[in-house]
Write a protein that binds this ligand. Structure first.
Ligand SMILES: [Fe+2]
Length: 297
């Protein structure tokens, strides 16, 4: 005989919640049980607080279905949704608190545009084609541990949008993997690359998340930024972003990600005209090296 708890006949919201939570009692692993318990309670409280009707529930579920249908190898609408609702940044801020308490670098969102298999490039390489618009910029990166000791051999993926406002995977006018690269830190934990100064760009608004922003009367812009993810054996993987403090949208990032030490002043490069320079120090925490799944192939 099954030992499933008896459902009874829930007569009101309180007894319904008790019955639903009882069905979660045997869930494994334990962490999933904890998350589901909380999610169920918040969903029930949300429906009661808003006095949600069935038509609205159906609309919401249809919206979630459309999020799934809009996602594929070239676009991840689910990440966009979590981003514009501030959920991704909330999780990142929780992570940042722990990492920064140990002296590690403030993390930033991975976002929906990290691709697997970035091209491996030598230090000093330019990550974009000659016809990519924008001022030249040199970015120097130093990867260290929490004692500021260099981490030789660390792999760092970098990626950014073209100043035309699109990542290469969104844009037929850019070659495959333009403005993307993977570098290996040298014996001093360092490398540098050349690129163009990033510009702000809109997140994709051709899907259900775009419709949501329309309803909310919000702009879709992200302030100019570069993405980094650093991977080294024996250290926790760190994803971060560096934002241009001079961007007009620096205080209204559509995904709320331009926070704290991630916002930097891009310095003019004294050796060149119309050129910029940036130093990025990445301090890694020791720990298990768990590489996240790239949202795009
Ligand atoms: Fe981005």
């Amino acid at each position: 005989m099954s030992s499933t708890p008896h459902l009874g006949s829930p007569a009101d919201a309180a007894s319904l919640l008790v019955a639903v939570l009882a069905q979660n009692e045997r869930t494994q692993p334990e962490r999933l049980k904890t998350i589901l318990n909380s999610l169920i309670q918040h969903l029930h409280a949300f429906a009661q607080e808003t006095q949600l009707n069935y038509e609205e529930l159906e609309l919401g579920l249809q919206f979630l279905n459309e999020i799934g249908l809009a996602s594929g190898p070239k676009k991840n609408e689910a990440i966009l949704l979590a981003d514009v609702l501030g959920l991704s940044t909330l999780v990142q801020l929780q992570d940042a608190k722990r990492i920064m308490a140990h002296g590690g670098t403030e993390p930033g969102l991975i976002g929906p545009f990290w691709r697997a298999n970035h091209p491996q490039l030598p230090s000093g390489a330019k990550i974009c084609t000659a016809d990519t618009p924008g001022d030249l910029m040199t970015v120097r990166v130093r990867v260290m541990d929490l004692n500021k000791k260099s981490v030789p051999g660390a792999l760092v993926d970098v990626w950014q949008a073209s100043p035309s406002g699109l990542y290469e995977n969104q844009d037929d006018h850019q070659v495959d993997m333009n403005l993307r690269g993977r570098f290996t830190a040298d014996n001093h934990g360092e490398f540098f690359f050349r690129t163009v100064k990033p510009a702000g760009y809109p997140i994709p608004i051709d899907g259900p998340v775009g419709r949501l922003l329309d309803h909310q009367k919000r702009h879709a812009m992200r302030p100019a930024h570069l993405h980094f993810i650093a991977i080294a054996q024996g250290y926790r993987v760190l994803a971060t972003q560096i934002f241009d403090s001079q961007d007009p949208c620096i205080n209204s990032d559509v995904v709320f990600g331009a926070v704290g030490s991630l916002v930097r002043h891009f310095e003019p490069d004294p050796t060149q005209v119309n050129a910029w320079q940036l130093q990025v120090d990445i301090m890694l925490e020791p720990g298990e090296t768990r590489i996240p799944h790239p949202p795009l192939s």
